[in-house]
Design a protein. Sequence first.
Length: 403
Amino acid sequence: MLLYVHVPFCRSKCAYCSFYSVPLPQGAAGEAMLKSYLAALLREMRRRAAQCGRVSVETVFFGGGTPSLLPGRAVAGILDEARRSFDVAADAEISLEANPESLLLSDLPREARKAGVNRLSIGVQSLDDAELAMLGRAHGSRAARTAVDVARATGFASVNLDVLWGLPGRGGRAPSQMRLLALLKDVADLQPDHISAYELTPEQGTPLAEALEKGELVRPGEKASASMYLAGAEYLESRGFLQYEVSNFARLGFACRHNLGYWQGKDYLGLGPSATSTLGNRRFTNPADLAGWIAATKRDAEPPCEHLDAVTRLEEMLMLRLRTTAGLSFAEWRRASGRSFPADFAAVIALLRREGLAGMRKGSFFLTRTGMLVSDAIIARFFADLRARVALSGRPDAARSPG
Ligand code: SF4
């Protein structure tokens, strides 16, 4: 099982972000908020452990929000409780997301390392001060560079840097591909083990989305975006970062086991406000409300549970596996559905291969990099075919029946 701990605090809100997070006040008020959060998290962990039994945990991931706002002793306390509650593997990957500015101000790197965190994921986003200011980030490029030095000096076995691409340009000018390649060069020069490069998607209602609507900022067009993605991915591979998922690149042996676990459909338990869990066919999501979640942990209240039917599970398998360069294994599909993937989807597979959007190798089907650019449309087509087959058979579980 994968264990996810959601830390909902941020010092301030970035200009593009609509994730659930709450501002962490300085001083006594902040301390009190952290104390209630930690008590609730440990309560929730013990309750889940009592329900699940002493299951094996292969990865732990502190995500947020800004987990690096936690004091080092809090990270150690959470990991101690996880080891008491679950069978955390001796070689578990334990990741923590960090923002550069909070890493530099606390005892967290040393204490987290001592507590067993072995992978640090730093939210660099850009190494250009003007871009960082536009994004509303609390750090500048110097802090980002220093944070990488701190991570290395502290001895984390694996360091990831998150960067954003497709950033808007100012004054009616869209950003150029050259700019992106310059950023990727600077990031690769910092010699991380892993780079996550996500396209910026300003969420509705955020200051950045409003500036785009008013025309104060300009996003690259669809064609320019596509060519940036292809050129960026090619550049990262030329620097030794192999693409293993739509937005993720790693040196050999440094792929993120936790995220790969999601894409491979492993069970995951999410703790903390807004965290989602999927255990077998059951999925539940905690309230995206710190006070509401704390109160629920005191009452032992369960969030509503969704039961995933066979077709939904197959759709998710298809969607998640096609995010990865490894793709979808025909043997796994047959185990889950009782059917042959290449036979059932022969027409669409042939079309996608002719267009250079997909390929087949060693018993699996995968999207090419160009295919990943239009993966939403491709996946929608597979879903339509799958649903049509189920409708024709008149049975919701038809996808499971041997063909
Ligand atoms: S630090 Fe991350 S979670 Fe917090 S506001 Fe910025 S982007 Fe959102």
